[in-house]
Write a protein that binds this ligand. Structure first.
Ligand SMILES: [Zn+2]
Length: 437
């Protein structure tokens, strides 16, 4: 297996780079989905895309139709787009791809790879390797700054290796290429399409920074990522002349402003950590006009799903209460959500044993590395699997980074691609070596 992975490594790097050159934000991963669907089909997988991959009505934080249409047009002329694999559903924002490999009776093993980019402009100077080597973003204003280009390539590497070793597998492999992870918008729609039903083992992974690699190569399971709810809030009032008839106006800016202050004063929860952030507020039009509209983007988080639910409910009460104070209306749209998550100790230690036995050149990280303070919508998939009696884990594979995640100078050491493929494949070969889960 390791010699095969070494053999396909250059191909994984080049796939990562072509995806890096054309990054696509959540629900816009049209070219990316077409590439993945095309590769999986050619490898011999049963491939589900469009509304078979994601439940259309459960997609959160959708771009508007105009943006989807424009991008759908753009991808047609981009180099490397396999136009024959680009479906109408993909072009309507039903992105994401599922690859299925049936190997008779045995456990169902699902692996998740997220594929979306971020709305940021990549660094354009020779200090930044993707620019220097000519594979920086051609989609202005979008960038793979979290490594999901790498995750997509890792998924294809895993697909290739498992197909070669399918005679040794018992059960079903489901490779889930998930759209719209950023903003926690996509997982719910994949779960809604049924792809986490009946899963016995579920594994996800993120490439993670460790510049010295002195704390090992792999963390086989993480825990504690924060549950979160992201909301867009619009306050709608009535404009009026601020000098002539101020009493006739309904002030949306004032409603939003009182909401912001109250949101940041939500009482702490005795059960654990919580967070709140109003990240943007735009209101009003002109100096002498009573502002009739205000738009706010906010998020709350909690150490547990319950604490987050408390924060989200408080946030709703505050926004509607502040609206009432000014006699304006308030509409709240949930545009993203994640739950808290815990990897299963049994699966963590099983994968740890596999790494020690089959990949002795890799070292396992210490326990401290397993704490997670971000939010990740893989939690929704993990909890779904665990609620049905399956086991789930969210791993980290360490690599050297240039620039922090979600910054414009982000890049990673591409040797992490082959390293991740080897961990995933060794784990799957072990989990599916017998017909019993
Ligand atoms: Zn990420």
């Amino acid at each position: 297996m390791l010699s095969l992975i070494r053999q396909i490594e250059p191909e994984l790097i080049s796939l990562r780079r072509t995806i890096h050159m054309y990054p696509e934000t959540g629900w816009m991963e049209m070219r990316t989905s077409a590439i993945l669907a095309d590769r999986l089909t050619r490898l011999g997988y049963r491939v589900l895309t469009g509304r078979e991959a994601v439940a259309p009505g459960m997609r959160m934080g959708m771009p508007d139709d105009e943006a989807l249409e424009k991008h759908a047009q753009d991808v047609l002329s981009q180099p490397g787009t396999p136009v024959h694999a680009l479906t109408d559903d993909m072009r309507l924002g039903m992105t994401g791809v599922i690859g299925i490999l049936d190997c008779g009776p045995g456990p169902v093993v699902a692996l998740r790879f997220d594929i979306d980019a971020l709305p940021m402009q990549e660094r354009e100077d020779d200090g930044h390797r993707p620019h220097r080597e000519g594979f920086d973003s051609r989609n202005r204003g979008w960038m793979h700054a979290c490594g999901h280009d790498g995750h997509a390539a890792i998924g294809i590497g895993v697909a290739e290796v498992l197909m070669k070793y399918r005679d040794r597998l018992h059960g079903q492999v489901r490779l889930i290429f998930q759209p719209a992870e950023e903003g926690a918008r996509g997982a719910r729609a994949v779960v809604g399409a049924g792809h986490l039903d009946g899963v016995d083992y579920f594994i996800g992974s993120h490439i993670a920074p460790d510049d010295t690699l002195d704390d090992g190569d792999v963390t086989c399971g993480t825990w504690g990522s924060l549950a979160t709810t992201k909301m867009d809030v619009v306050f709608q009032g009535l404009a009026a002349h601020a000098g002539g008839y101020p009493e006739k106006g309904k002030n949306a800016l004032l409603a939003a402003a009182s909401a912001v202050l109250a949101l940041h004063a939500i009482p702490r929860h005795s059960g654990g950590q919580s967070r709140v952030n109003v990240g943007s507020l735009h209101a009003g039009g002109g100096r002498n006009v009573v502002p009739d509209q205000a738009e706010m983007q906010l998020e709350v988080r909690g150490e547990t799903t319950e604490i987050n639910a408390y924060m989200a409910q408080q946030a709703r009460n505050i926004c509607t209460g502040a609206a009432q104070m000014q006699d304006v209306t308030c509409s709240i749209r949930v545009v993203g959500e994640a739950e808290s998550q815990h990897s299963d100790p049994g699966l963590i230690s099983r994968i740890g044993d596999v790494v020690r036995r089959d990949l002795p050149f890799l070292t396992l990280s210490s326990e401290q590395n397993a704490r997670n303070w971000g939010s990740e919508d893989i939690s929704i998939m993990m909890n779904h699997v665990q609620a049905q009696g399956g086991q789930a884990t969210y791993m980290r594979v360490m690599t050297r980074l240039a620039g922090a995640q979600h910054t414009v100078g982000f890049d990673f050491d591409e040797s992490v691609l082959a390293k991740s493929v080897s961990v995933f494949c060794a784990a799957v070969l072990d989990l599916m070596k017998e017909t019993q889960a």
